[in-house]
Design a binder for this molecule. Structure first.
Ligand code: HEC
Length: 437
């Protein structure tokens, strides 16, 4: 046994005794000869990583402000890339690895993150454009776009209110349905990527249709921070956030669109970079008349009256914990057998962390909340539950002077904050997308 073989054997033997030999093991990764890493090249190693994890936004038509499609572009932005990737702000993806596996995850695998950083640190070798690109990256989620059976299109440009940094605008549509129909897929098509930050479609039940129409006397839409302003909890049909792709519900499932309902498309315009720019965002849905095997329901979990975030609190917490039967009976659903396909957690600007659990096991874990990157999350495989299972939603907030939102250029002073739809109110909310038998 030569010395490097001895070192390898030592390293293999002690790998399970990390705590005892921590300092010795540091030598293992540095000196073991088979651990010496090949230098990385742009064309072989880095272009595929950047295309996979960054390309959907950092293209010439994307929302990422600059394109990362060539060696010159990636090396020019390398110092910024290093910072943003190392601290986890890019690619934007809030759920941690502790979450149940999610569709469309943008989370950088550790080895891909390490390679990107190492390539920058090594001095950014270009390599040869004819080098075959690596093929060991996770596949991108591909969704067949919906048929355009129902299109939400305001029919004209909307010019957001440039005096606010955030303009939430609700466009009202009447699909004039005389029978119930079922949504199997949908997509949002943002018009102006520079200003559209998120898009949500809500179903407004017939009983509230007149009240919503009254908010929109001119037919140009109305301002609607947080939610469309219904009396009952708003029913979300589909959401889109930057980088989002079309949604297709699992085979055999669909969401019911009730006859007489209106649809509201809420567009959040972020005007920091795009004052004076207009937008025409549309959505489209694939519909069927056939009832699915499993009808989907989007149920909100919240306790609005109990939410209190005291002024100055560094870590105010609201925990909502209950057997799922409580939620199901409130919405008149049976509770023997549930299948849960996705979650949509939601807070406003003071939120710092949010998580959901079933019987103590993590489902979604967002350790660093960011209001501007929220979306609905679909599980790679749905989970089963019954009414007796305990569901928990936990929301954390920082209401100290340092963590106040800036409104109209003015940093707010802490005040007691409760539930509400205003910019400076808060929420602790999660939608469950489920079917019940
Ligand atoms: C889902 C869309 C999206 C993806 C995917 C994405 N970015 Fe970004 N990126 C943005 C947006 C939008 C901004 C502008 C800042 C903001 O709004 O947060 C940005 C900003 C940046 C910045 C500037 C940050 C700063 O401090 O000014 C860098 C660097 C960056 N992205 C690198 C990357 C890299 C590298 C990847 C892939 C590993 C990536 N991004 C993936 C949307 C995206």
């Amino acid at each position: 046994m030569n010395s490097s073989q001895r070192l390898k054997a030592f390293c293999a033997e002690t790998a399970y005794g990390l705590a005892l030999v921590g300092s010795l093991l540091a030598g293992c990764s540095e000196s073991a000869p088979d651990q010496i890493k090949q230098p990385l090249s742009y064309h072989r190693d880095i272009a595929p990583i950047v295309d996979n994890y960054c390309g959907s936004c950092h293209s010439h038509s994307g929302i990422g402000h600059f394109s990362l499609g060539t060696f010159a572009e990636v090396s020019r932005y390398a110092p910024l890339i290093r910072g943003a990737v190392a601290n986890g702000t890019m690619p934007p993806w809030l759920p941690s690895q502790d979450s149940r596996p999610l569709h469309g995850s943008r989370l950088l695998r550790t080895q891909d993150k390490d390679d990107l950083l190492r390539w920058i640190d090594e001095g950014m070798a270009e390599g040869n454009p004819s080098d075959p690109p690596r093929t060991d990256l996770p596949p991108k989620a591909v969704v067949t776009p919906p048929r355009a059976d129902l299109v939400l299109d305001p029919g004209r440009n909307y010019l957001p209110d440039g005096t606010q940094n955030d303009d939430y605008h609700c466009f009202v549509f009447d699909p004039k349905l005389t029978t119930d129909r079922f949504i199997t897929a949908g997509d949002a098509l943002p018009g102006n990527h520079h200003i559209v930050h998120h898009i949500i479609a809500y179903e407004i039940p017939e009983a509230e249709a007149a009240a919503i129409k009254a908010k929109d006397p001119t037919g140009q839409g109305y301002t609607c921070f947080g939610s469309p302003g219904t009396m009952s909890p708003p029913v979300t049909i589909l959401g889109w956030a930057p980088g989002g792709v079309a949604t297709r519900y699992p085979q055999g499932t669909a969401l019911r669109l009730h006859k007489g309902s209106l649809l509201v498309m809420q567009v959040h315009y972020n005007m920091l970079e795009g004052k004076g720019q207009a937008d025409r965002t549309t959505m489209q849905f694939e519909l069927t008349d056939e009832a699915p095997q499993k009808e989907l329901h989007s149920l909100p979990v919240a306790r609005p009256k109990q939410l209190l975030i005291p002024a100055g609190a560094a870590d105010a917490v609201q925990t909502i914990e209950f057997p799922l039967s409580v939620l199901l009976s409130r919405f008149g659903l049976p509770s023997s057998k549930l299948t849960v396909y996705g979650h949509t957690p939601h807070m406003h600007l003071l939120g710092t962390k949010i998580s959901t659990e079933l019987n103590g096991a993590k489902l979604i874990d967002i350790p660093r909340w960011d209001f501007h990157w929220q979306q609905g999350y679909m599980f790679q495989s749905p989970y089963q539950a019954s009414g007796s299972d305990t569901f928990k939603l936990e929301c954390h907030y920082n209401n100290t002077a340092e963590h106040q939102p800036v409104v109209g250029g003015v940093k707010q002073t802490p005040r007691d904050v409760t539930w509400g739809e205003g910019t400076l109110d808060e929420m602790c909310l999660n939608y469950l997308l489920l079917s019940a038998e």
